[in-house]
Write a protein that binds this ligand. Sequence first.
Ligand code: BTN
Length: 333
Amino acid sequence: MLSTKDYVISKLISSDDYISGESLSLDLGISRAAINTAVKSLRQDGYDIESVTNRGYRLNNHPDLLTKGEVLAHLSEERMSTITVLSEVDSTNKLLKEMAYNGAPEGSVVVSDCQTAGRGRLGRSFSSPKSKGIYLSYLLRPTTSPEIISKITCWAAVAVKNAINRVCNISPSIKWVNDLLINDKKICGILTELTIESEIGSINSVVIGIGINVNHDTSDFPEEIRDIASSIRKEMNQDKLINRAQLTATLIDELDKLCNSFPNANNEYLKQYKEACSTVGLEVSVVSAHTHESEKPRLGTAIGIGDDFSLQVMFEDGHTENLSSGEVSVRRR
Ligand code: BTN
């Protein structure tokens, strides 16, 4: 449900000029008094809203808040009806999986300003501090077989890359299989989880979970990942905060494109994936998802991306293998 505050702030963000209280009131079908109350409350949230007699309200500056009203400024009201924006949740993937179980439609989105138990791949946690990143899950209900799951994750990496490029004017590379990097530092991770209909073995739902480090400073990351993780803002070397709501809306737009073209546009996504993948050409160390810690990783060189998004690796003894994401993870050596 959208509140008066959500409507008012979305209108103010979308307008460069003054908007009169009267036109806001008519446009939104809300009383002038309710508009005044919303403006007061928005000012308390940190919005710098100027008001001039006979001209109306104008937004001069706004804090980087990830709220429904902020996202509404960039998407239609109809699209917002299946988007849940939260200030805190344990895991957006966990919540969206529950919503999917209860019948949420394809295209449903959960996005949160922070996560208290963000989940990463291979059972790891995903650091999700407040007011810094975008933690978003998107629901698909594809009617194809479960093998396509790794393909969806690679398509999602392309969608995130394109969204970041559209908003920040920088194009991250993709580390096979689905980490996004800028200057070789991880700025985004993707965790795709699927639910299978046990009786017939077909897919019930696919939840694509995306965590983007947007405005983090070094101190926002746990010490153990400070060498490998970074944020878009940090790698762009800029003080100004990146507008997370705009990036969220653009990401949803790219994921809607993905959803509407899956699996038909495979050639286009594969082409873009190959162009962006920075793992090819590197010496890699391959670790099986089921390998015991004491077992040695296998060493090789990544030589290409297969048409099924697998990573082609030539091992030190000269033989090659096409690795699929479920089986292995690769590290640069
Ligand atoms: C990884 O790099 O290991 C994948 C990280 C995926 C994190 C995202 S944040 C939104 C969604 N909710 C979660 O609990 N995890 C994913």
